[in-house]
Design a protein around this ligand. Sequence first.
Ligand SMILES: Cc1cc2nc3c(=O)[nH]c(=O)nc-3n(C[C@H](O)[C@H](O)[C@H](O)COP(=O)(O)OP(=O)(O)OC[C@H]3O[C@@H](n4cnc5c(N)ncnc54)[C@H](O)[C@@H]3O)c2cc1C
Length: 443
Amino acid sequence: MVPAEKESGLHRIVVVGGGAAGLQLVTQLGDKLGRKGKAHVTLVDRARTHIWKPLLHEVAAGSLDIGHHAVDYLHHAHQHHFRYRIGQMIGLDRATRTVQLAASHDAEGREVTPERTVPYDTLVMAVGSTTNDFGTPGVAEHAIALDTQAQAVRFHQRLVNAMLRAHTQTGPVRPGQLHVTVIGAGATGTELAAELHRTLRHVVGTGLDRIDPDKDLKITLVEAADRILPAVPHRLSAEVMALLTKIGVEVRVRARVTEVRADGVALADGAFIPSELVVWAAGVKAPPFLHDIGGLETTRTNQLVVTPTLQTTRDPDIFAIGDCAYLVEAGSDTPVPPRAQAAHQQATYLVKQIPAKMAGRPLTPFRYRDFGSLVSLGEYSTVGSLMGFIQGKNMFIAGLFARLMYRSLYKMHERALHGTVKTALDAAARALTRRTEPRVKLH
Ligand SMILES: Cc1cc2nc3c(=O)[nH]c(=O)nc-3n(C[C@H](O)[C@H](O)[C@H](O)COP(=O)(O)OP(=O)(O)OC[C@H]3O[C@@H](n4cnc5c(N)ncnc54)[C@H](O)[C@@H]3O)c2cc1C
């Protein structure tokens, strides 16, 4: 194993995970501390590029080109005065204050970076979450999750291939051959179902005229609870349900999946949904490697339990933010939800608190502010409920205003990474390329 990197005596801040929370944090700490030589800021991520995770359902459906939105970690690190180390974290040694990274390999299996350790004085865990299949048989083999860029791209390619196969085969399209079943009607599953409904029709419209969109294409959304979007207010859920039904997405609630097979999905009531493609979006858990890592306190779903200052309960030098952190605030009986707005708020909070900790000042507690829920049904509609807007009451919104609010969360993330000018230029560049490129990715 290669020994730990030599350092200059400056405080070493290591952030593991360059997602919604981690990349914002290292960017702003790099600009604040790294640029002035006040600390070494290092990002560790197993990937080479960052894509904001809530965009993944659009990548899967083909309505968003990953190349226009991906942030290259090496380049970004160079611009924002932090260092980027590629590698998958596999262990933590609290006695030597080191993070252990696995070796990384190229597509041919040749080693790119060796197994190594990265030393820290302050460590921030921001490794996000992965899909929780609750041990349901067949999910690992036959369903696709939307946890990573690679999974979203793979799903899209399988989708286009299924359409090309159906168009060129000699016989008619078989029942189930062009059916997609999305399991889990939280925000991810619901948004994906609506986006797929539109993009599948668009792909057929490009000349695959042996496919009949009304007869051959089908999207089914399956939910175990008694309504879709169980975590949002009833009115919002009912509104989205009505929209999905109107456009022709089949929605099955109170439907518990017992098995995913190569040819479809089996339900507890004995029904079987024939499907060429199955997406599993029914719940998340923190990555399994976190379980009891370094003797830290973790939950049954592997989240790191943190105090109100986001420090892990057994080690104040280790923080956890984003989906992998478990925080129940005083006066609340539910944990802060695994959402991009929580990740953003926690990163913003630590940008101020880490310098305070380095200076030996006491930390102030983190307060999560829930701004509400917004659900984008692609070009069909965007609806949402904003929390406490008028005299403390929730406000229901729909249409253009809701769409702008939905996009504003991503714009906030982009602004935190690139600043206002570059974000505006990027938006203008994308608006221009949208005029010259197909609206749906066809390969
Ligand atoms: C399709 C989809 C739609 C969503 N839509 C919304 C929405 O509309 N609104 C909302 O609020 N939230 C939404 N979410 C949830 C939101 O994306 C997450 O809450 C948010 O991304 C969490 O941020 P994070 O920084 O904790 O994790 P992530 O953004 O997932 O980042 C984790 C990072 O850690 C890295 N990593 C993981 N394991 C390791 C390891 N062992 N070693 C090194 N690096 C590692 C990953 O490569 C990744 O870069 C959506 C999620 C999905 C999948």
